[in-house]
Design a protein around this ligand. Structure first.
Ligand code: FAD
Length: 291
Protein backbone atom coordinates (compact mmCIF):
# COMPACT_ATOMS: atom_id res chain seq x y z
CA UNK A 1 0.00 0.00 0.00
CA UNK A 2 3.00 2.31 -0.33
CA UNK A 3 4.74 3.49 -3.49
CA UNK A 4 7.90 1.58 -2.46
CA UNK A 5 5.70 -1.56 -2.35
CA UNK A 6 7.63 -2.59 0.74
CA UNK A 7 7.01 -3.24 4.41
CA UNK A 8 5.09 -5.66 6.56
CA UNK A 9 1.44 -5.77 7.57
CA UNK A 10 -0.43 -3.58 10.01
CA UNK A 11 -1.81 -5.21 13.16
CA UNK A 12 -5.18 -3.69 12.19
CA UNK A 13 -6.33 -1.89 9.08
CA UNK A 14 -9.57 0.01 8.54
CA UNK A 15 -10.80 1.95 5.52
CA UNK A 16 -12.96 4.83 6.64
CA UNK A 17 -15.96 5.69 4.50
CA UNK A 18 -17.14 8.99 6.01
CA UNK A 19 -16.95 11.18 9.10
CA UNK A 20 -19.60 9.20 11.00
CA UNK A 21 -17.59 6.02 10.43
CA UNK A 22 -14.42 7.81 11.54
CA UNK A 23 -16.08 8.94 14.82
CA UNK A 24 -17.31 5.41 15.43
CA UNK A 25 -13.85 3.90 14.93
CA UNK A 26 -12.07 6.59 16.99
CA UNK A 27 -14.68 6.24 19.75
CA UNK A 28 -13.95 2.52 20.04
CA UNK A 29 -10.16 2.95 20.36
CA UNK A 30 -8.26 2.99 23.60
CA UNK A 31 -5.54 5.62 23.90
CA UNK A 32 -2.74 3.05 23.97
CA UNK A 33 -3.37 1.87 20.40
CA UNK A 34 -0.85 3.43 18.03
CA UNK A 35 -2.55 4.90 14.95
CA UNK A 36 -1.03 5.62 11.55
CA UNK A 37 -2.99 7.62 9.02
CA UNK A 38 -2.14 6.29 5.59
CA UNK A 39 -2.70 8.38 2.49
CA UNK A 40 -1.37 6.90 -0.73
CA UNK A 41 1.88 5.94 0.97
CA UNK A 42 3.96 8.03 -1.43
CA UNK A 43 6.12 9.56 1.28
CA UNK A 44 6.27 6.67 3.68
CA UNK A 45 8.66 3.81 4.48
CA UNK A 46 6.99 1.04 6.49
CA UNK A 47 9.18 -1.46 8.36
CA UNK A 48 9.49 -5.05 7.13
CA UNK A 49 8.08 -6.01 10.52
CA UNK A 50 4.99 -3.96 9.78
CA UNK A 51 3.16 -1.47 11.95
CA UNK A 52 2.14 -2.66 15.42
CA UNK A 53 -1.04 -0.60 15.61
CA UNK A 54 -4.05 0.51 13.62
CA UNK A 55 -3.65 1.88 10.11
CA UNK A 56 -6.53 4.15 9.11
CA UNK A 57 -7.07 5.03 5.49
CA UNK A 58 -9.66 7.56 4.41
CA UNK A 59 -11.76 6.44 1.43
CA UNK A 60 -15.41 6.75 0.25
CA UNK A 61 -16.76 10.26 0.86
CA UNK A 62 -13.23 11.52 1.54
CA UNK A 63 -12.35 11.06 -2.14
CA UNK A 64 -14.70 13.84 -3.30
CA UNK A 65 -13.49 16.93 -5.15
CA UNK A 66 -15.91 19.75 -6.04
CA UNK A 67 -15.47 23.27 -7.38
CA UNK A 68 -17.70 26.19 -6.30
CA UNK A 69 -18.89 28.73 -8.88
CA UNK A 70 -16.56 31.24 -7.15
CA UNK A 71 -13.53 28.99 -7.74
CA UNK A 72 -13.12 27.50 -4.29
CA UNK A 73 -12.07 23.85 -4.50
CA UNK A 74 -13.35 21.51 -1.77
CA UNK A 75 -11.34 18.30 -1.55
CA UNK A 76 -11.68 15.32 0.76
CA UNK A 77 -8.63 14.17 2.71
CA UNK A 78 -8.27 11.05 0.53
CA UNK A 79 -8.55 12.84 -2.82
CA UNK A 80 -5.44 12.24 -4.93
CA UNK A 81 -3.71 15.57 -5.61
CA UNK A 82 -3.40 14.90 -9.37
CA UNK A 83 -7.20 14.58 -9.49
CA UNK A 84 -7.62 17.88 -7.63
CA UNK A 85 -5.34 19.53 -10.22
CA UNK A 86 -7.31 18.12 -13.16
CA UNK A 87 -10.75 18.81 -11.68
CA UNK A 88 -9.82 22.44 -11.03
CA UNK A 89 -8.35 22.79 -14.53
CA UNK A 90 -11.49 21.32 -16.13
CA UNK A 91 -13.53 23.95 -14.29
CA UNK A 92 -11.33 26.77 -15.62
CA UNK A 93 -9.60 27.36 -12.30
CA UNK A 94 -5.83 27.97 -12.19
CA UNK A 95 -3.32 27.64 -9.37
CA UNK A 96 -3.50 23.97 -8.44
CA UNK A 97 -1.70 22.60 -11.52
CA UNK A 98 1.44 21.89 -9.44
CA UNK A 99 -0.52 19.11 -7.69
CA UNK A 100 -0.61 17.03 -10.86
CA UNK A 101 2.97 15.88 -10.26
CA UNK A 102 2.48 14.91 -6.63
CA UNK A 103 0.95 11.45 -6.34
CA UNK A 104 -0.23 11.71 -2.69
CA UNK A 105 -3.56 12.65 -1.14
CA UNK A 106 -4.82 16.04 -0.03
CA UNK A 107 -4.45 14.92 3.62
CA UNK A 108 -0.83 13.87 3.09
CA UNK A 109 -0.25 17.05 1.08
CA UNK A 110 -1.48 19.33 3.88
CA UNK A 111 0.49 17.36 6.48
CA UNK A 112 3.70 17.68 4.39
CA UNK A 113 2.96 21.05 2.78
CA UNK A 114 3.66 19.27 -0.49
CA UNK A 115 4.77 21.38 -3.40
CA UNK A 116 6.73 21.79 -6.58
CA UNK A 117 7.00 23.85 -9.76
CA UNK A 118 7.05 27.12 -7.85
CA UNK A 119 4.07 26.50 -5.60
CA UNK A 120 2.95 24.48 -2.62
CA UNK A 121 -0.13 23.72 -0.52
CA UNK A 122 0.53 26.78 1.65
CA UNK A 123 0.15 29.07 -1.40
CA UNK A 124 -3.38 27.87 -2.16
CA UNK A 125 -4.88 26.45 1.01
CA UNK A 126 -7.65 28.46 2.70
CA UNK A 127 -8.40 26.05 5.52
CA UNK A 128 -8.40 22.38 6.46
CA UNK A 129 -10.78 20.36 8.62
CA UNK A 130 -8.88 18.36 11.21
CA UNK A 131 -10.22 15.68 13.54
CA UNK A 132 -8.27 14.93 16.67
CA UNK A 133 -7.71 11.20 17.06
CA UNK A 134 -8.03 11.18 20.88
CA UNK A 135 -10.96 13.54 21.45
CA UNK A 136 -12.74 13.06 18.12
CA UNK A 137 -13.21 16.86 18.02
CA UNK A 138 -13.37 18.43 14.55
CA UNK A 139 -11.89 21.87 13.99
CA UNK A 140 -11.60 24.02 10.90
CA UNK A 141 -8.07 25.43 10.88
CA UNK A 142 -7.13 28.37 8.70
CA UNK A 143 -3.90 28.14 6.73
CA UNK A 144 -2.25 30.70 9.07
CA UNK A 145 -2.81 28.31 11.98
CA UNK A 146 -0.99 25.38 10.36
CA UNK A 147 2.49 26.93 10.43
CA UNK A 148 3.18 25.68 6.91
CA UNK A 149 6.71 26.05 5.61
CA UNK A 150 8.93 23.99 3.30
CA UNK A 151 7.63 20.38 3.70
CA UNK A 152 6.46 21.19 7.20
CA UNK A 153 3.20 21.73 9.10
CA UNK A 154 2.48 21.82 12.80
CA UNK A 155 0.16 18.82 12.49
CA UNK A 156 1.05 15.83 14.65
CA UNK A 157 0.31 12.13 14.55
CA UNK A 158 -3.06 12.61 16.29
CA UNK A 159 -4.34 15.07 13.66
CA UNK A 160 -6.42 13.65 10.84
CA UNK A 161 -6.94 15.94 7.85
CA UNK A 162 -10.43 15.09 6.61
CA UNK A 163 -10.87 17.86 4.02
CA UNK A 164 -9.31 21.01 2.65
CA UNK A 165 -10.44 24.15 0.87
CA UNK A 166 -8.24 25.70 -1.82
CA UNK A 167 -8.52 29.04 -3.61
CA UNK A 168 -7.86 29.34 -7.32
CA UNK A 169 -7.73 32.09 -9.96
CA UNK A 170 -10.09 32.13 -12.93
CA UNK A 171 -8.46 31.18 -16.23
CA UNK A 172 -9.25 29.34 -19.43
CA UNK A 173 -9.20 25.57 -18.92
CA UNK A 174 -6.81 25.26 -21.90
CA UNK A 175 -4.28 27.44 -20.04
CA UNK A 176 -4.44 25.19 -16.97
CA UNK A 177 -4.32 22.06 -19.12
CA UNK A 178 -1.25 23.32 -20.99
CA UNK A 179 0.50 23.92 -17.64
CA UNK A 180 -0.48 20.40 -16.53
CA UNK A 181 0.99 18.95 -19.73
CA UNK A 182 4.20 20.93 -19.18
CA UNK A 183 4.57 19.65 -15.60
CA UNK A 184 3.83 16.07 -16.63
CA UNK A 185 6.40 16.31 -19.43
CA UNK A 186 9.02 17.75 -17.04
CA UNK A 187 8.42 14.91 -14.57
CA UNK A 188 8.81 12.26 -17.28
CA UNK A 189 12.11 13.78 -18.35
CA UNK A 190 13.57 14.31 -14.88
CA UNK A 191 12.19 11.61 -12.59
CA UNK A 192 12.43 7.81 -12.71
CA UNK A 193 8.79 7.08 -13.59
CA UNK A 194 7.42 3.54 -13.44
CA UNK A 195 9.73 2.53 -10.58
CA UNK A 196 9.09 1.87 -6.90
CA UNK A 197 10.11 5.04 -5.06
CA UNK A 198 8.75 7.67 -2.69
CA UNK A 199 9.84 10.80 -4.51
CA UNK A 200 12.54 12.91 -2.91
CA UNK A 201 13.94 11.21 0.15
CA UNK A 202 15.68 14.27 1.63
CA UNK A 203 14.56 17.86 2.05
CA UNK A 204 16.53 20.41 0.07
CA UNK A 205 18.88 22.32 2.38
CA UNK A 206 18.57 26.13 2.24
CA UNK A 207 19.89 27.43 -1.07
CA UNK A 208 20.82 24.03 -2.48
CA UNK A 209 19.29 20.83 -3.82
CA UNK A 210 19.71 17.52 -1.99
CA UNK A 211 19.90 15.69 -5.35
CA UNK A 212 22.79 17.90 -6.49
CA UNK A 213 24.75 17.21 -3.28
CA UNK A 214 24.15 13.45 -3.51
CA UNK A 215 25.25 13.50 -7.15
CA UNK A 216 28.35 15.60 -6.35
CA UNK A 217 29.26 13.13 -3.61
CA UNK A 218 29.39 10.49 -6.36
CA UNK A 219 26.54 8.44 -4.93
CA UNK A 220 24.35 7.88 -8.00
CA UNK A 221 23.97 4.13 -8.38
CA UNK A 222 25.06 3.43 -4.78
CA UNK A 223 23.22 0.26 -3.80
CA UNK A 224 22.12 -1.42 -0.62
CA UNK A 225 20.51 -4.82 -1.23
CA UNK A 226 17.62 -4.24 -3.62
CA UNK A 227 17.63 -0.44 -3.45
CA UNK A 228 19.82 2.04 -5.32
CA UNK A 229 20.25 5.79 -5.64
CA UNK A 230 18.55 6.66 -8.94
CA UNK A 231 20.89 7.47 -11.85
CA UNK A 232 18.25 9.89 -13.14
CA UNK A 233 17.48 11.89 -9.98
CA UNK A 234 19.89 11.39 -7.09
CA UNK A 235 17.32 12.32 -4.42
CA UNK A 236 15.18 9.33 -5.44
CA UNK A 237 15.92 5.84 -4.14
CA UNK A 238 14.60 3.16 -6.43
CA UNK A 239 13.62 -0.27 -5.10
CA UNK A 240 13.63 -3.48 -7.12
CA UNK A 241 11.51 -6.56 -6.48
CA UNK A 242 14.11 -8.01 -4.06
CA UNK A 243 14.33 -4.88 -1.90
CA UNK A 244 13.41 -4.74 1.77
CA UNK A 245 12.35 -1.70 3.74
CA UNK A 246 15.49 -2.21 5.83
CA UNK A 247 17.59 -1.82 2.63
CA UNK A 248 15.93 1.57 2.05
CA UNK A 249 16.49 2.58 5.66
CA UNK A 250 20.18 1.60 5.52
CA UNK A 251 20.72 3.39 2.21
CA UNK A 252 19.05 6.60 3.44
CA UNK A 253 21.33 6.91 6.45
CA UNK A 254 24.41 5.81 4.53
CA UNK A 255 23.77 8.46 1.83
CA UNK A 256 23.23 11.07 4.54
CA UNK A 257 26.55 10.20 6.23
CA UNK A 258 28.48 10.11 2.94
CA UNK A 259 27.08 13.48 1.82
CA UNK A 260 28.10 14.99 5.17
CA UNK A 261 31.62 13.54 4.83
CA UNK A 262 32.05 14.70 1.27
CA UNK A 263 29.97 17.92 1.07
CA UNK A 264 29.80 19.01 4.72
CA UNK A 265 25.97 19.11 4.76
CA UNK A 266 23.75 16.94 6.95
CA UNK A 267 20.58 16.24 4.98
CA UNK A 268 17.22 15.80 6.71
CA UNK A 269 14.91 13.01 5.53
CA UNK A 270 11.66 14.22 4.01
CA UNK A 271 10.05 10.79 4.00
CA UNK A 272 8.26 9.46 7.08
CA UNK A 273 8.98 6.15 8.79
CA UNK A 274 6.54 3.72 10.40
CA UNK A 275 7.31 0.65 12.50
CA UNK A 276 10.64 -0.60 13.91
CA UNK A 277 13.94 -0.66 11.95
CA UNK A 278 17.34 -2.17 12.78
CA UNK A 279 19.68 0.69 13.54
CA UNK A 280 22.83 0.89 11.43
CA UNK A 281 24.60 3.51 13.57
CA UNK A 282 24.57 6.10 10.77
CA UNK A 283 21.22 7.49 11.89
CA UNK A 284 22.73 8.69 15.19
CA UNK A 285 25.33 10.88 13.46
CA UNK A 286 24.99 14.61 12.85
CA UNK A 287 22.27 17.06 13.75
CA UNK A 288 18.64 17.03 12.69
CA UNK A 289 18.18 13.26 12.39
CA UNK A 290 14.47 12.70 12.77
CA UNK A 291 14.25 8.93 12.85
C1 FAD B 1 7.05 9.93 -7.88
C2 FAD B 1 6.83 10.83 -6.68
C3 FAD B 1 6.96 12.19 -6.85
C4 FAD B 1 6.77 13.05 -5.75
N1 FAD B 1 6.89 14.39 -5.94
C5 FAD B 1 6.68 15.23 -4.91
C6 FAD B 1 6.77 16.64 -5.09
O1 FAD B 1 7.03 17.14 -6.17
N2 FAD B 1 6.55 17.42 -4.02
C7 FAD B 1 6.24 16.93 -2.79
O2 FAD B 1 6.03 17.70 -1.84
N3 FAD B 1 6.15 15.60 -2.60
C8 FAD B 1 6.35 14.73 -3.62
N4 FAD B 1 6.26 13.39 -3.42
C9 FAD B 1 6.01 12.87 -2.06
C10 FAD B 1 4.53 12.66 -1.68
O3 FAD B 1 3.71 12.45 -2.81
C11 FAD B 1 3.99 13.84 -0.86
O4 FAD B 1 4.74 14.04 0.34
C12 FAD B 1 2.52 13.64 -0.46
O5 FAD B 1 2.07 14.80 0.18
C13 FAD B 1 2.31 12.43 0.47
O6 FAD B 1 0.93 12.14 0.47
P1 FAD B 1 0.41 10.67 0.82
O7 FAD B 1 -1.07 10.72 0.79
O8 FAD B 1 1.03 9.67 -0.07
O9 FAD B 1 0.93 10.52 2.29
P2 FAD B 1 1.56 9.22 2.97
O10 FAD B 1 2.87 8.91 2.34
O11 FAD B 1 0.56 8.14 3.04
O12 FAD B 1 1.84 9.81 4.43
C14 FAD B 1 2.80 10.84 4.64
C15 FAD B 1 2.56 11.44 6.02
O13 FAD B 1 1.31 12.13 6.03
C16 FAD B 1 0.44 11.56 7.02
N5 FAD B 1 -0.92 11.59 6.46
C17 FAD B 1 -1.36 11.03 5.31
N6 FAD B 1 -2.67 11.31 5.13
C18 FAD B 1 -3.06 12.04 6.20
C19 FAD B 1 -4.28 12.62 6.63
N7 FAD B 1 -5.42 12.52 5.92
N8 FAD B 1 -4.31 13.30 7.80
C20 FAD B 1 -3.19 13.43 8.56
N9 FAD B 1 -2.00 12.89 8.22
C21 FAD B 1 -1.93 12.21 7.05
C22 FAD B 1 0.96 10.15 7.25
O14 FAD B 1 0.58 9.67 8.52
C23 FAD B 1 2.46 10.38 7.12
O15 FAD B 1 2.99 10.94 8.28
C24 FAD B 1 6.44 12.51 -4.49
C25 FAD B 1 6.31 11.13 -4.34
C26 FAD B 1 6.50 10.28 -5.44
C27 FAD B 1 6.32 8.81 -5.26
Amino acid sequence: MTSYKLGGPAAWYVEISDEAHLSEVLGSLSDDVEVLILGRGTNLLVSDRGFPGLVLRLAGAFLAVTVDPDGLVHAGGAAPMPRVARTAADAGCCGLEFMVGIPGTVGGGVMMNAGGHGSDVAHRLVSAAIIDRSSGIRVERRVEDLDLSYRHSNLGSSDIVVSALFRTDPCGSSEAEERIREITRWRKEHQPGGTFNAGSVFKNPAGDAAGRLIDRAGLKGLRCGGVAVSEMHANFLVADEHATAQDVWNLIWSVRRRVAESEGVWLTPEIRFAGPFERSGDEDLGPGAEA
